[in-house]
Design a protein around this ligand. Sequence first.
Ligand SMILES: [Cu+2]
Length: 338
Amino acid sequence: MNALLPNLLAQATSLPSIAPEGGSAWMPPQASGHAAEVDAVFYFIYWVSVFFFVLIVALMVYFVLRYRRRVEGELPRLHSSHSLALEVTWTIIPLILVIVMFYVGFRGFMDLANPPGQAMDIYVTGQKWLWTFKYPNGHDDTELHVPIDTPVRLILASNDVIHSFYIPAFRIKKDAVPGRYNKMWFRPTRTGEYLALCSEFCGTQHSDMRARVVVHEPGLYEKWLTDVSDPFKTHTPAEVGALLVSRRCSGCHTVDGRAHVGPTFRGIFGHEVGIKGQPSVIVDENYIRESILTPSAKIVAGFENVMPTFKGQLKDQEITAIIEYLKTLSKSPEERSP
Ligand SMILES: [Cu+2]
């Protein structure tokens, strides 16, 4: 019965339930380095409160019955005015209890407030009604993915109103405030899927402002990040090729028709090119591939053999993308794909 409601919720939303396996009715499982201590402080204060609540209410009821007026017009009897032993006891014991609460609470607060020096930074931006995560390689995503046992520092910002980023399973929460950065950190200790929430009422869809949090086994986080930040998923090969050429080749090659350290890429595809000491060739896919992987095999007439090999630096898919891009440079403007 306990698990029924969270399960139904999880199915309905396809997000992990708030109390997945391993948690209690109150608390999701402990999935970060902070969780055990936060829970210990919470339960300490909770049980002290329960104890005093029961004690005080029970004594109150007892005194109400014991000292009630039994006959009409009865006058109160005289009591002793005070008891030193009793007063010292009920001062010292609560004093010790609140000092302990302060100590454990402050220690936990200092731990939460001070990320370790070697943490991975992920930028978190709140906006109505979505969380966006920016990863160290520049990739943006709507899910928070982290490797297990690695300290992660979240740098929180907001694009509009105040939000609050909350991961119950990690026992961490902090406001995302427009115009400033707030920081929080955690070290995930359990793989699996968890839920991040907004815990600051921020408008009508506030309760939809949730994000999936995934803690990966060692090594799988890096795999996830490379897969998901793969530009081929969001761009055509020619677009990726244009990006690669501007990053890796534009130091020596232009695309505007002017020769530089190397020949220009404008209009070479499908055209004849003179080779030093060899018959001339028509520039096709295989020739470009060979020029990238083994540049010294055929030296373009009039140029030096200075191009470095890109063997091991460009993947096959990337070489294909560059070829696709070079093809577009040979077409007339009308023929070029938009
Ligand atoms: Cu919000």
